[in-house]
Design a protein around this ligand. Structure first.
Ligand code: GLP
Length: 244
């Protein structure tokens, strides 16, 4: 779907989340959301906060799983996704701390594999992800599934692509300060979600959005695997849709 603006796309996704959470709340059931970081979902989170504060959206039964986290990184680091998610969304709504899951950038290397297996288990135990929110990196990554990530990969430690590190550099005051690795949910973990919304905004995303949507699925662009999902929607602004 191409929207006239990124704000309109964010509102669309917020409304879908709002509808699902309210119907689950009415049935006394949890809603499981897969969440993304980056500039793309900021408008969505702002809208969810507004719905919570002004329209009574109750997030106390919502369970969240974030896609990824830099590694290594302390939780309180200004660049950690842990901190970003709390400052951008969690601190402003009534989600319960115990329902928030974010890959842990503070693990010892020998703890990472067990953590990742447990993360997958926790998603399963929660009932699986109802709605997965995604952005897209300029390498075509979803989460931090860089080119070469196979369709069946799961939560694991990865090495970041140099384009991804360059894109993150301004926030870190230089590419050399961007962590070389990350822990990310895998392509298969993402594809297990029952519904997927990938948002892509801005002219710098136009070429990769075209490739992800209109070229055959390939490991070289992990977002292209979403073509094989039965309920995935790309939400674009007009700039990102320019090459379709
Ligand atoms: C990072 C995140 C991705 C995100 C991408 C795009 O790499 N790990 O989940 O989609 O950035 O970022 P932005 O939304 O700022 O363009």
């Amino acid at each position: 779907i191409a929207f006239p603006s990124s704000g309109a796309a964010a509102k669309f996704v917020a409304r879908e989340i709002d509808k699902l959470v309210r119907s689950r709340n009415a049935a006394g059931k949890p809603t499981v959301l897969g969440l993304a970081t980056g500039s793309t979902p900021v408008g969505l989170y702002r809208e969810l906060i507004r719905l919570h504060k002004e329209d009574g959206l109750d997030l106390s039964r919502v369970i969240t799983f974030n896609l990824d986290e830099y590694y290594p990184i302390p939780k309180e680091d200004p660049h950690s996704y842990f901190r970003w998610m709390h400052e951008t969304l969690f601190n402003h709504v009534n989600i319960k701390w115990e329902n928030i899951h974010i890959p842990d950038g503070t693990l010892r290397p020998d703890e990472v594999d067990a953590f990742c297996a447990e993360y997958e288990q926790k998603i399963k135990a929660a009932g699986g992800i109802d709605i997965q929110v995604l952005g897209i990196g300029r390498t075509g990554h979803i989460g931090f599934n860089e080119p070469g990530s196979p369709h069946n990969c799961r939560t694991r430690m990865v090495t970041l692509d140099s384009i991804t590190r360059r894109d993150a550099a301004p926030g870190f005051f230089g590419e050399e300060n961007v962590p070389a690795q990350a822990i990310t949910m895998g392509v298969a973990s993402i594809m297990d979600a029952r519904r997927i919304f990938l948002m892509s905004f801005g002219e710098h995303k136009a070429t990769i959005t075209y490739k992800a949507l209109e070229q055959p699925p390939t490991e070289a662009i992990t977002a292209s695997f979403l073509q094989d999902h039965t309920n995935a929607t790309f939400l674009l602004d007009s700039a990102a849709a320019a090459e379709l």
